[in-house]
Design a binder for this molecule. Structure first.
Ligand SMILES: [Cu+2]
Length: 244
């Protein structure tokens, strides 16, 4: 049976549509987002991608224009401008101000997503412990009593089994070097540090199997450190719990 500690967050179809519209630019090369905060992350990614793309085109356009306009055959000697007048150094200050405004816009937009993911964890429906080690993930489940370090704890290696539409809390550690817990479909990445227990959470919105690679170079077997997150429907999760 699934422990019912708290009601899961409601991820409505209206919210899904909102995120789909916000992330219009997206991100066709990324896997489908299947976590409650994945749409917000994609919207932030789209905002940053749009800003840096426009900046890239303008910057390189200006460079190419200058290369052509002031080529050697038209202006063989460069002039030195010390930028002592407002009209001259205004160009530098103006551009710096534009960069600052965009920086603040990104920080403002990102702050609420950071708070959602990192500082305000919703109450857990399911809790697991994940330990990274060279070169696999070890997942410990508390068992039917809901308490860790008792006789009914269960362990899976390289697979994390969770129910759909439920808040999952993960306590992340490392047994050796720095690894990184990365589930691209959840838009979730967190370093695992030896000597530290780091809390993270997610709520999957669609049943399925999702790649779970290590995203931090951790030794010669790093590229083989591939797990999967198995998101079950409620009935499948109950059946899996019975079976394990
Ligand atoms: Cu690794």
């Amino acid at each position: 049976m699934l422990p019912q500690k708290a009601p899961a967050c409601n991820y409505s179809s209206r919210r899904k549509l909102y995120h789909a519209k916000k992330g219009w630019l997206m991100l066709w090369w990324m896997p489908e987002s299947v976590s409650t905060y994945g749409g917000d992350m994609d919207a932030l990614f789209s905002l940053i991608f749009t800003i840096v793309s426009v900046a890239f085109v303008l910057t390189y356009g200006a460079i190419i224009y200058a290369l052509c306009r002031y080529r050697r055959s038209r202006q063989p000697r460069a002039r030195y401008l010390p930028a002592t007048r407002l009209r001259q150094y205004g160009w530098i200050l103006g551009l710096a101000l534009i960069v600052l405004v965009f920086d603040i816009a990104i920080d403002h937009h990102g702050a609420s997503i950071w708070a959602q993911m990192k500082t305000t964890m919703p109450p857990a429906n399911v809790q697991v412990r994940v330990a990274a080690k060279q070169f696999k993930w070890e997942v410990v489940y508390p068992g039917p009593d809901g308490v860790f370090e008792t006789g009914d704890d269960a362990q899976t290696d390289g697979e994390l089994h969770v129910p759909v539409d439920q808040v999952v809390h993960v306590t992340l550690t490392s047994k050796d070097v720095i690894h990184s817990f990365f589930v691209p479909a959840f838009r979730l990445k967190q370093d695992a540090m030896p000597g530290r227990s780091i809390p993270l959470w997610f709520q999957a919105t669609k049943a399925g199997e999702y790649p779970w690679p290590c995203a931090e170079l951790c030794g010669f077997g790093h590229t083989g450190m591939q797990g999967k997150v198995v998101v079950h429907t409620a009935a499948d999760y109950a059946a899996w719990q019975q079976k394990r």
